[in-house]
Design a protein around this ligand. Structure first.
Ligand code: UD1
Length: 385
């Protein structure tokens, strides 16, 4: 409305937590390579800040250093969300962006969307429309809110558009673009660090993962924040380790809770290697070579499908149903008998096979960049005065 700026405002790209980085890296590259787009500015909220959770991934993914770091750190959901909003508002004022691009479903995704939309800045959500239908999951709330606010939603699988339609989000706001996280995976596969190297660096006997091994990650509050749930999952891991060695890079919250609840002895075994959080290339190397993966992560369900590695997801639901329908994923919750049965089956037969979902082809970010260029022009956001 009457905006007569000489040059279009930049694209503000927001990251906050680890699973955002592998999604934003290919987008930043595709935006920079597309002359139709204004320049991209990277804003880091600082939700994740540990070297292992943050800096190493930036290097691995060749993400440029953030132009702005809000350094919010940890806190309750309310405190963290509020701090992000308070600190992001002046950044939007300063840059007067053409749009704000958010990815995934972390608190930073929702908080920055809310700030932008109230300032009449267009919000673009990459990975829109995923639903677990489980409102006890903080990410589900972030997804619901972000998608309602977003002006434009890029989706990774076709089921997302049905979810959005049910919530009254018009099809003109939705574009099926594919999976930018798989762009990162395919682009970096050759650079993946061999498991033996990763284990040696962590001081673990490299022979542990020489043949079969399971790669394990666990961090969802529903699995690790109560002693009861954590005992259940750790007992499953202990039983699993009798069948094959486990390599477990653990999120700081999981490591902290194991100590806090005094459960170290449950997983004290030479066949269970507990590692600190790993870099992207180390994790990719372990994922690609694993016999099977046990996880409660969202992203790893997709990465295992892309790699063709069987995945047992220790959750009751998934917001990524295509990984179960077409990929290698099976939901096992905290059902120990089921988990061990599927583990035995995988060891005997190689486990669930799948195929690569549509548009998980390494070119999602390019598709988004070229569509976004046209969309911004249509919105008048990049119109020259
Ligand atoms: C966040 C995301 C989750 C994502 C996960 C991946 C939300 C609601 N959750 O969860 O979707 O799967 O990242 O890792 O946004 N901590 C550190 N160092 C850090 C960051 C966190 O030690 O660099 C510890 C702190 O004790 C902190 C706790 O981890 O309180 C939780 O961090 P937080 O950012 O609240 O959520 P995550 O569990 O990491």
């Amino acid at each position: 409305m009457g905006d007569m700026r000489e040059t279009p405002g930049p694209i503000l790209c927001v990251v906050g937590a680890r699973p955002n980085y592998m999604k934003m890296a290919p987008l930043m590259r595709a935006f920079a390579a597309n002359p139709a787009l204004p320049r991209a500015i990277l804003v880091h909220t600082g939700q994740h800040y540990d070297v292992a959770m943050n800096d190493r991934l930036f290097t691995d993914l060749r993400l440029p250093a953030p132009d702005v770091n809000l350094e919010v750190g940890s806190g309750t959901h309310a405190v963290q969300t509020a701090e992000i909003m308070k600190r992001f508002e002046p950044v939007v004022d300063d840059f007067r962006p053409s749009c704000v691009v958010v990815v995934g479903d972390v608190n930073s995704t929702m908080a920055c969307s809310l700030v932008a939309v109230k300032k009449a800045v267009k919000v673009v959500h990459v990975e829109g429309g995923l639903r677990s239908f489980d409102r006890a999951m903080p990410e589900e709330i972030n997804r619901l809110v972000t998608d309602q606010l977003a002006d434009l939603l890029y989706t990774t699988e076709r089921s997302a558009a049905d979810n959005l339609a049910r919530e009254g989000i018009g099809s003109e706001r939705i574009v099926f673009a594919g999976n930018v996280m798989i762009d990162s995976l395919l682009a970096n596969r050759e650079r993946a660090v061999p498991p033996a190297e990763t284990l040696a660096r962590a001081g673990v006997d490299a022979g542990l993962a020489a043949e079969t091994f399971a790669f394990v990650t666990l961090h969802r509050p529903s699995n690790v924040d109560s002693p009861e749930a954590l005992v259940e999952v750790l007992t499953t891991l202990r039983d699993a380790s009798e069948r094959l060695p486990l390599v477990c890079p653990l999120h700081p919250r999981t490591q902290g809770n194991i100590r806090k609840f005094g459960l170290e002895s449950l997983v004290a075994s030479p066949r269970i290697a507990i590692l600190p959080p790993q870099g992207y290339l180390e994790a990719l190397g372990l994922l690609a070579k694993a016999t099977i993966v046990l996880t409660d992560s969202g992203g790893i369900q997709e990465e295992t499908t892309a790699l063709g590695v069987p995945c047992l997801t220790m959750r009751e639901n998934t917001e990524r149903p295509i990984t179960v329908e077409q990929g290698t994923n099976t939901l096992v919750g905290r059902d120990r008998a089921l988990t061990l049965r599927l583990l035995d089956e995988t060891l005997a037969t190689g486990g669930k096979r799948g195929r690569m979902p549509e548009f998980w082809d390494g070119h999602a970010a390019e598709r988004i960049a070229s569509h976004l260029g046209r969309w911004l022009v249509a919105q008048g956001a990049t119109a020259k005065a």
